[in-house]
Design a protein around this ligand. Structure first.
Ligand code: CP
Ligand code: NVA
Length: 314
């Protein structure tokens, strides 16, 4: 494996837009290399003696486990910190927490509700802050998504992606990485669950520079027609549990099922960031079918996180 470039040392990854197209490609290239080396069972101690904090305000399978495993595989130590155990609730500020943790740790991953909390850590920490999901963004997921799409189609430019359902955190980050890497993404969402309009407008601008295209429409059939990637996410995100029944009713036409896959390109694949609610946003037939790349996509969370750490941690 070639050496890891040091151009991103010390940088945060609070949202996909923190990194330029070239920087995103650097991370994707390194993730590909790390995947190959792992298959060869090659040990790469790129984080010797480093401790990385993992602060969680929401549950997780993929983000937590891929982080803990990834850090261990790079020769570092992961420290899982349930946010409720920190004295933030007793009045210690995020700023002071960021300043103190910067003296102990080499990087922090944070999963929380409010994007402003991640941004505040990033403002005050002297170490890289990585967003492990907020209500607004899920940038590590988007990197893994792009890695998975690139593995299948050979490049990202011009790949036609249809996102179905809730215009949420996952949709925002997917839209941004599509816009920065030249993909053409159509999101089909009901009016009440459209993605944030400011993010959409800025992604449309980004896409102009990359040769990609971003569009939000209401019709799921139009979105999937001729698409090469069909992507969906849970209809009720963490923190929205009270809206569950209403969301089930309103998002029902957006289910990723065999009929929608049949309208897509012949070589179309299905993606889902997981956890899936089988029978709601995706059918078992699609999730476990031969067009599903969902399990590769989940595995790729490990490789992209290792790449982000290897690139950013000093
Ligand atoms: N996709 C994803 O972030 O999964 P977890 O919520 O299990 O981390
Ligand atoms: N949109 C989902 C993604 C889970 C990985 C949520 O925020 O709960």
């Amino acid at each position: 494996m070639a050496g890891v470039p040091d151009t991103l040392k010390g940088r945060h990854f609070t949202r996909v837009a923190d990194w330029s197209p070239a920087e995103l490609h650097l991370a994707l290239d390194l993730a590909d290399e790390l995947k190959v080396e792992r298959r060869r069972r090659k040990e790469l101690r790129l984080l010797p003696g480093r401790t990385v904090g993992l602060i969680f305000r929401k549950p997780s399978t993929r983000t937590r486990i891929s982080s803990e495993v990834g850090i261990a595989e790079l020769g570092g130590m992961a420290l899982y910190v349930p946010a409720a155990d920190l004295p933030l609730a007793r009045g210690e500020s995020t700023r002071d927490t960021a300043l103190v943790l910067s003296r102990f740790l080499s990087a922090i991953l944070i999963r929380t509700f409010d994007q402003a909390e991640v941004d505040e850590y990033a403002e005050h920490a002297a170490i890289p802050i990585v967003n492990g999901l907020t209500d607004a963004a899920h940038p590590l997921q988007a990197l893994a998504d792009a890695m998975t799409i690139r593995e299948r189609f050979g490049s990202l430019e011009g790949v036609r992606v249809a996102y179905l359902g809730d215009g949420n955190n996952v949709c925002h980050s997917l839209m941004r990485i599509a816009a920065r890497t030249g993909m053409s993404l159509v999101a089909a969402c009901p009016d009440v669950y459209r993605p944030d309009e400011a993010i959409v407008a800025s992604c449309i601008d980004d896409a102009r520079a990359s040769g990609g295209a971003i569009e939000v429409i209401a019709d799921p059939h139009e979105a999937v027609s001729g698409a090469q990637v069909l992507y969906t996410d849970v209809w009720t995100s963490m923190g929205q549990e009270e809206e569950h029944e209403r969301r089930l009713r309103e998002l029902e036409p957006y289910r990723l099922d065999a009929a929608k896959l049949a309208l897509a390109d012949d070589d179309a694949v299905a993606l889902h960031c997981l956890p899936a609610h089988v029978g709601d946003e995706i059918t078992a037939e699609v999730l476990y079918g031969d067009r599903s790349l969902v399990w590769d996509q989940a595995e790729n969370r490990l490789h992209v996180y290792k790449a982000v750490l290897a690139l950013t941690v000093r």
